[in-house]
Design a protein around this ligand. Structure first.
Ligand code: NAP
Length: 304
């Protein structure tokens, strides 16, 4: 299944980055795009995020072999309904949403008869909007593809080749497995960061500016994650509810165990726990998924 024309719906961080990466790595491929926000469409055209920014969703997808929905997960159903009247027969529909079971269901319901092959590039930053995208976002990052059981193997292979051309390494898994793994590696860390930054903010009255002043002690690394887009993350928690609640339960139990070790003065338990977690950090650096520099190389990219 050759992919010659790609339509990108939603021209923010992910959509803009895909558009720029296609132009950089697949120069023969045509790109069109649409966003529901006219100001975003204008800015996307000025930045040249895609070859042509269209005025309507059906126009954007009319010629496309592959359509990638890059909108918040809660807006996937609405975006799919908007493109439906313009899709050509056989066009493959994919997305970049951070949760997969709910999105797969929403897309299949909105687009009966069209092949839907969801995907999630595990790459992003805390920035959003049409100015946030950059062509190298997917370099050395994973892209998880979650095909339905009856997916066409040639279409899955074509989508995998597309993501590999943009610099990603593809992994195939079920949507259920994706949602469980991402709940612990991405969704729970974001929830913890949102919580701790809120707690510190509530304390600001007491500490009178010292939380910001001494933030290099660890707090500032949480603030980067807690600056992530509120719409995107609201939708992630609402659409991956079961897996997040399960991981949160486990986390709470482990936190309580550490709380008890502190109260009981059990230094050995604390030391053993921190030694185990330090080894995990080393493996992440060895796998090339982060940077050993003190700022984690955060000036140019993050995760998602
Ligand atoms: P973003 O920068 O906010 O871009 C999303 C764009 O979609 C916005 O311009 C938004 O317009 C537009 N939009 C909203 N509803 C729409 C609709 N119904 N039809 C057309 N356009 C619509 O967000 P993003 O970070 O690129 O995230 C997009 C998707 O990627 C999400 O599903 C997210 O879960 C996933 N993802 C994000 C990251 C990350 O780190 N950011 C990483 C991996 C995957 P308005 O602003 O006017 O609403």
């Amino acid at each position: 299944m050759p992919i010659e024309r790609v339509a990108i719906i939603g021209l923010g961080l992910l959509g803009g980055s895909i558009g720029l990466a296609v132009q950089a790595h697949l120069p023969g491929m045509q790109t069109t795009g649409w966003d529901s926000d006219p100001a975003t469409r204008k800015r996307a055209a000025e930045r040249g995020l895609v070859g042509a920014v269209c005025d309507t969703a059906p126009d954007a997808v009319a010629e496309a072999d592959l359509v990638i929905l890059c909108v918040p997960v809660g807006a996937m159903g609405a975006a799919a309904a908007a493109i439906a009247p313009g899709l050509k027969a056989g066009a493959v529909i994919s997305d970049v949403g951070s949760s997969k079971q709910t999105v797969a269901k929403a897309l299949a319901e909105a687009l009966p008869g069209h092949p839907v092959i969801p995907a999630h590039p595990v790459a992003g930053t805390e920035r959003s909007g049409p100015d946030a995208g950059f062509a190298s976002l997917f370099q050395q990052r994973w892209c998880i593809i979650t095909p339905p059981d009856d997916a066409d193997a040639a279409q899955v292979a074509a989508l995998s080749a597309f993501w590999e051309a943009l610099g990603a390494t593809v992994e195939i898994m079920t949507p259920q497995h994706h949602d469980m793994v991402l709940a612990v590696t991405s969704h729970l860390p974001h929830l913890i960061a949102y919580t701790i930054v809120g707690t510190a903010d509530d304390l600001e009255d007491v500490t009178q500016g010292e939380v910001i002043k001494y933030s290099a002690g660890g707090f500032r690394d949480f603030t980067r994650i807690a600056a992530s887009d509120p719409t995107m993350w609201r939708d992630v928690f609402l659409t991956n509810k079961d897996a997040v609640l399960d991981m949160l339960q486990r986390f709470t139990e482990d936190l309580t165990a550490l709380q008890k070790a502190i109260r009981m003065g059990d230094g050995q338990q604390l030391f053993d726990h921190f030694t185990r977690t330090r080894a995990i950090r080393r493996s992440i650096i060895e796998e090339g998924q982060d940077d050993a520099r003190p700022d984690f190389g955060r000036s140019d990219h993050g995760d998602g």
